[in-house]
Design a protein around this ligand. Structure first.
Ligand SMILES: [Zn+2]
Length: 141
C-alpha cells in the first residue's frame, strides 16, 4: 500500500462523513508522524499518522481516520470535543459500519480492534500506547 493510496482512502472517508453529517469539508493529510494524529476544528484539518497503517494495516488505518471523523462530527453537532460516552457510542457505530468492533475502551482509545467475526485486527502496542498517552499494559489502572 502506497502513501498515495492511504491518502486517497482517508480523503474518501472524510468526504463521505462530511456529506453524511452535513459538515463543511475537512482536509486530511497522512503524515509520517511520531505522535498521534491532530484535529483542528477552526481550519478544518486532520492529520493521520502513517504508523496507524504500519501498526494495523488498512483496517486500523481506517479505524484511526474514523476516530478523527468522530471528533469532528461530535464537535460540529454538539460542540463536544471530549472522549466521553457519547463519543465512544458514535465511534463504535462508525466502526461497525466498516465491520469493526472496538474492544476494552479506555478513556481516549480502545485496546483492541476486532472484525465482526471476532478476529483480532489490531492490539495496542507499546509504541501506540505511548503516542496516545496511554499507560503501559503492565500497570493496572
Ligand atoms: Zn481522540
Amino acid at each position: 500500500m502506497t502513501l498515495k493510496k492511504l491518502q486517497n482512502i482517508a480523503e474518501k472517508l472524510v468526504k463521505t462523513y462530511c456529506k453524511k453529517y452535513n459538515i463543511e469539508p475537512y482536509s486530511v493529510k497522512v503524515k509520517n508522524l511520531k505522535t498521534c494524529g491532530r484535529i483542528r476544528y477552526q481550519t478544518r484539518y486532520i492529520s493521520i499518522p502513517l504508523w496507524a497503517y504500519e501498526e494495523g494495516g488498512v483496517e486500523f488505518f481506517t479505524a484511526y481516520v474514523l476516530h478523527e471523523i468522530t471528533h469532528f462530527i461530535r464537535y460540529h453537532t454538539c460542540r463536544d470535543n471530549t472522549h466521553g460516552t457519547n463519543f465512544h457510542s458514535l465511534e463504535k457505530k462508525l466502526l461497525e459500519m466498516h465491520n469493526m468492533v472496538p474492544i476494552k475502551y479506555r478513556i481516549s482509545f480502545y485496546d483492541e480492534l476486532e472484525d465482526i467475526n471476532g478476529k483480532t485486527l489490531w492490539i495496542a502496542s507499546a509504541k501506540v500506547r505511548e503516542a496516545k498517552g496511554m499507560k503501559p499494559y503492565k500497570l493496572k489502572i
